[in-house]
Write a protein that binds this ligand. Structure first.
Ligand code: PMP
Length: 369
């Protein structure tokens, strides 16, 4: 007899991260994980170095200084913020706390993969709702809710599609959900959004429990990350903003020192870096449009994106594979989308000016070749 995990664990395929090497190619440009184009802010690099001499000390288990800095930067109450080892950890803790065996988790068909992976290991039944034009279908999401539904996830903007729901649709979604369904608004790409009227989630978090038209608005949580706009994916730092009841629950389930000291120091320094978000957003907005136009002109279908990446559709899986190979020959690593059920697509992160130019040149040559 061998020891066996719970059966749902074996339904999960191990997560395979993006490749970072190509045999025979020296210079690699990695555009496969939606990492910030500029790397970490200089102040964050300094802060990480400075923390080295304190590495024997446990970090502040409450993340007090970091939560205060996040609260000040985004105009939120630090008491309603919890920090995590990447937002992935917070998503997992929410699933463990509110989901599990006998419950259902609802997400869109091409929603972020970790909801599915973590939900399954927690034992939830995962309900995937078809999108309309690769955009979350609010009516479909509401129709999928049953008596066992406890969690609904919406990445807004969504990875890997890049699609976004307007605020009115997000509000309609929350209003149509029963109270016992926790809505998690995953706003990992919030800073990159240029659509007017966008709210990353704080409005609905604040509305949780308030009465509208004689009905209480249900509970919403917003998750955010330092992995994208702040270029700190390697530090594993995320946070969430939630009503007091959820903060209480997360306080019970998280590890005592779930965020390391270097990550916290880097986060505080990144938030203090003047003009960082503005500079990164300006670059992303410019190159997202430039790359979209250039790839479209080359004959590739590019899905509208509000994130720091583009989903490029080559029409067939074979053509996408050939395009991927052509990019690899030039050292460009992007994300093949077969694992997401979008095998005719490649997801391409908006990198530096030079990196974007390389992608445009490579794919234009490929399409004309
Ligand atoms: N949510 C979405 C939608 C993402 O794309 C990602 C990163 N791929 C995450 C969450 C996880 O980010 P983190 O690095 O903070 O764990």
């Amino acid at each position: 007899m061998t020891v066996m995990p719970r059966p749902s664990i074996l339904s999960v395929e191990p997560y395979v991260g993006g490749e970072s090497k190509i045999p025979g190619v020296n210079r690699i440009v990695k555009l496969s994980s939606n990492e910030g184009a500029f790397g970490p802010p200089p102040g964050a690099i300094e802060a990480i170095r400075a923390m080295a001499t304190e590495a024997h000390r446990y970090p502040d288990g409450n993340g007090t200084a970091l939560r205060a800095a996040i609260g000040a930067r985004f105009g939120l109450d630090p008491a309603r913020i919890v920090v995590g080892n990447g937002s992935d950890e917070l998503l997992a803790l929410l699933i463990l706390a509110y989901g599990g065996e006998g419950t259902e988790l609802v997400m869109s068909a091409h929603g972020f993969m970790m909801y599915d992976i973590t939900g399954r290991w927690a034992g939830c039944r995962i309900i995937k709702v078809p999108e309309k034009n690769l955009t979350t279908d609010v009516d479909g999401m509401l129709a999928a809710v049953g008596p066992r539904t406890r969690l609904m996830f919406l990445a807004n903007p969504n990875n890997p599609t890049g699609s976004i729901l307007p605020q009115s649709e997000v509000e309609r979604l929350r209003a149509g959900l029963p109270d016992e369904v926790l809505l998690v608004l995953d706003s990992a790409y919030a800073e990159y959004v240029t659509q007017p009227g966008y709210d990353a989630g704080a409005k609905l978090v604040d509305a949780s429990g308030t009465m509208v038209n004689g009905r209480a608005i249900g509970t919403t949580v917003m998750t955010r990350t330092f992995s994208k706009i702040f270029g700190m994916g390697g530090m594993r730092l995320g946070w969430c903003y939630a009503p007091a009841s959820v903060i209480d629950v997360l306080g019970r389930v998280r590890g005592p020192f779930n965020v390391n000291a270097a990550a916290m120091a880097a986060g505080i320094a990144a938030l203090a870096e003047k003009g960082w978000i503005e500079k990164s957003v300006a670059h992303n907005t410019e190159w997202r449009a430039t790359m979209r136009d250039a790839l479209t002109a080359a004959g590739i279908k590019v899905w509208p994106s509000e994130g720091n990446f583009l989903l490029a559709d080559f029409g067939t899986p074979a053509k996408a594979k050939a395009a991927d190979d052509a990019l690899k020959m030039r050292g460009l690593i992007v994300r093949a989308m077969g694992g997401y059920g979008l095998a005719s697509c490649l997801r391409i992160t908006i990198g530096t000016t030079e990196e974007c130019t390389m992608v445009i040149e490579a794919l234009t040559a490929f399409m004309h070749g």
